[in-house]
Design a protein. Structure first.
Length: 407
């Protein structure tokens, strides 16, 4: 019988089967030409099935990795059409106008409520403030501030300081050094000199106005380019993440491509292209002159540009190839490699004389058929060993052999 030489596990199984045949009285048995030693396993090193799976995985990775990481990669030559930059600018302008109108409406609500406030009647004033706070969820707190800065009546959260300096706008920001900026709006009380009805607009309300699909990240920045509100989380009064965005907020217009695109910008960082736009507050109302700007930006790969779509398909093909490699080779390892290695170990133990361990097939396949055959061989060897143990020993010379009637 020839010993297989295509894999380490197959060679081990073949060598063990050859030894088992000798133990069962075959050509390699005690009466055979080799004295029952059977065929020994060759000394030449062989690669096991796990090594073959590793080589196969490397060869497949050499295909899928370049496809996902190198094929159809974009570079600086990829351009973003001007209409997409213009669309980013126009939609940013709409968001800016919406935020400005919301602040104007907040201040207008305070003007309407101020006509109902009577500082002399504190209980009635607080009831008016509580009713207004319940109707308008944009406010976190409402309070009446006297000329000296003292709070005459309040509703909602804890009030912050309100300054009545004439050069300060009626819509302002405060709270520097805190966890979140404090957006305040005020309305002087009619016929009550130095008394102001102040309201604090919730930052969450302002953030909700900035969330627009397809616009990327949107922030409200003050005249110093510090963040006051954002669509996706921020730190109070933090700087804009890129210097180019700060320059865009301050300058208002830059050069893009062959000509200027007002309030629009393309930012290149290696192979990444970012489309940004800024829209300062403009129009009417008390919020028009506070110097705030809405700025937005997003990666150009979110647009339907052919180069980026091809890059996405290449990355998808690479990921699918990687997933197929993991699934297929993992399945082969679990269903074939592990049972085959366990079979080789069991066959060698059986050939070495271990007849106690019962062999059960893991799967009903070719490997499982060999396991069942080894179990039959184990049963035959165990039966033969039991018969040899029960055979009576030969009598000593001079002793009578016990017959049917002897004692």
């Amino acid at each position: 019988m020839s010993v297989p030489s295509d894999a380490a596990e197959a060679a081990r199984i073949g060598s063990a089967l050859e030894r088992l045949r000798g133990q069962l009285g075959g050509p390699g048995g005690p009466g055979g030409p080799d004295g029952g030693k059977g065929t020994k396993r060759g000394g030449r090193a062989r690669f096991g099935i796990r090594a073959q799976l590793a080589v196969t995985a490397v060869l497949l990775l050499l295909w899928c990795v370049p496809v996902g990481l190198l094929l159809n990669r974009t570079d600086d030559s990829v351009g973003v059409p001007a209409p997409m930059v213009n669309d980013q600018r126009d939609r940013t302008g709409l968001v800016s106008d919406r935020v400005r109108r919301a602040l104007n409406e907040a201040q207008a609500d305070l003007v309407s409520t101020s006509r109902l406030v009577d500082v002399a009647d504190r209980a009635a004033t607080e009831k008016v403030l509580e009713d207004a706070l319940r109707r308008h969820t944009r406010y976190a707190a409402l309070y009446v501030v006297e000329a000296g800065g003292e709070v005459a009546a309040r509703a909602g959260g804890d009030p912050h300081d309100w300054s009545d300096e004439k050069d300060l706008p009626l819509v302002r920001i405060s709270g520097e050094g805190g966890r979140k900026p404090v957006l305040q709006a005020g309305a002087p009380l009619p016929e009550q000199e130095g008394v102001t009805l102040a309201g604090e607009v919730r930052v969450e309300f302002l953030n909700s106005l900035l969330k627009r699909p397809g616009l990327g990240e949107v922030r409200v920045a003050d005249a110093k380019s510090r963040t006051l509100a954002a669509s996706d989380g921020f730190l109070a009064f933090e700087e804009l993440p890129r210097e180019a965005l700060t320059d865009l907020v301050r300058a208002g217009s830059v050069q893009v491509g062959a000509g200027p695109v007002e309030n629009g910008l393309l930012v290149r960082d290696g192979d990444t292209i970012t489309v940004a736009a800024a829209a300062p507050f403009s129009g009417g109302g008390v919020a028009a002159d506070i110097g705030w700007t809405v700025v937005s930006w997003q990666n150009a790969d979110r647009f339907q540009i052919t180069a980026y779509e091809q890059e996405d398909r290449s990355v998808l093909a690479g990921l699918l190839g990687l997933a197929a490699i993991v699934v297929c080779l993992g399945w082969v390892h679990l269903v074939v490699a592990r049972p085959l290695r366990a079979l080789a170990t069991s066959a060698e133990k059986l050939a070495d004389g271990d007849l106690k361990a019962v062999l059960y097939p893991t799967y009903h396949d070719e490997v499982g058929a060999v396991v069942r055959s080894l179990e039959l061989i184990r049963q035959q060897l165990r039966t033969r060993r039991q018969q040899q143990t029960r055979r009576p020993a030969d009598p000593r010379p001079g002793e009578p052999r016990l017959g049917a009637g002897g004692r």
